[in-house]
Design a protein. Structure first.
Length: 306
């Protein structure tokens, strides 16, 4: 019996070790899978917490009859739209993890409701009804931007004479000077409160082509350019554009240069360029215009001026 018991103990120990290894492999595999989705779950959870907090605020009270119109800003944009262009780019998605870590004030690896930013009240930072009038008013750079991030703001101002039309872009795409297009458009009779009648549309097209045709602009090209840059400012829209992206080159804590990663397109004026954590560094952006929609109104160069 003692020999049999000793044998059984050895077998039992060997079996236990094998089971431990198998369980460890299973646990490691599950942990690896969890790491792949943790960022997505964290972002979704934060959006849910903020949204729930907004919806749980009791209505009424003293503000009931004085509440501004319009919904509150989107919670995801508040956190991750670091350049405040109302879009979350690929670069901003990659920076999401660092932003979440910054919110974890006690660094315990868990975000609680108390650590989340205060949810906006209805009416705060309302969408602009007429962005053409204040599109290029300076917006504050998000405090969530990781140090060293290059942030582009503004750059879509239009000439008051053009009433919101991006004439600089339109003229460049047509291959004429802005004043030539202004001259042609000054004779157009636009419809008020709706689309023009077919007869008026034909008359306006003839007026434009009488001037632009002398500069080699064809009817099909005028249609293509007009359709590409057509937008509805009363809805808060902007003409087609691509935000620029760049990378700051930092050595020993000092910015030594900038590398343009995506020159963007659709800028009418030079955007303001800010480097997070290096706000004293002034950067000058230079634009270039062309007939190519993808490069028209793009960043040509970024120069440190101090």
């Amino acid at each position: 019996m003692p020999a049999d018991e000793s044998f059984s103990d050895e077998k039992l120990a060997e079996f236990s070790w094998k089971m431990s290894d198998e369980r460890l492999c299973t646990i490691n595999g599950r942990v690896h899978q969890m790491k792949k989705i943790i960022a997505f779950l964290a972002i979704a959870a934060i959006a849910g917490l903020i949204t729930t907090s907004v919806s749980s605020q009791p209505p009424g009270g003293e503000r009931e009859h004085h509440r501004p119109e319009g919904p509150p800003p989107d919670p995801l944009l508040m956190l991750f739209d670091t350049n405040r262009d109302e879009e979350i780019s690929i670069q901003e998605m990659k920076q999401a993890t660092e932003i979440l870590k910054k919110l974890d004030r006690n660094q315990d690896g868990i975000l609680t409701r108390e650590e989340l930013p205060r949810p906006p009240r209805p009416g705060e930072e309302r969408p602009r009804k007429n962005p053409g009038n204040n599109r290029d008013q300076q917006r504050p750079v998000s405090k969530n931007a990781p140090a060293g991030s290059v942030i582009f703001t503004n750059g879509h101002q239009t000439d008051p004479r053009d009433h919101g039309r991006p004439v600089t872009l339109i003229a460049s795409a047509l291959g004429v000077k802005p004043d030539v297009f202004r001259q042609a458009f000054s004779k157009v009779n636009p419809a008020r409160g709706g689309d023009p009648t077919p007869a008026r549309a034909r008359a306006n097209k003839k007026v434009l082509m009488d001037v632009l045709g002398k500069y080699g602009v064809t009817n099909s090209r005028l249609d293509a350019v007009s359709n590409y840059y057509r937008y509805q400012p009363e809805r808060g829209d902007l003409w087609k554009h691509t935000p620029a992206t760049a990378k700051a080159i930092i050595k020993d804590g000092k910015v030594t240069g900038l590398r343009i990663m995506n020159a963007g397109s659709g800028y009418t004026t030079a955007p303001k360029v800010t480097i997070a954590g290096q706000e004293n560094v002034q950067v000058k952006a230079t634009l270039e215009f062309s007939k190519n929609f993808r490069t028209n109104g793009s960043i040509k160069s970024l120069t440190i001026v101090n």
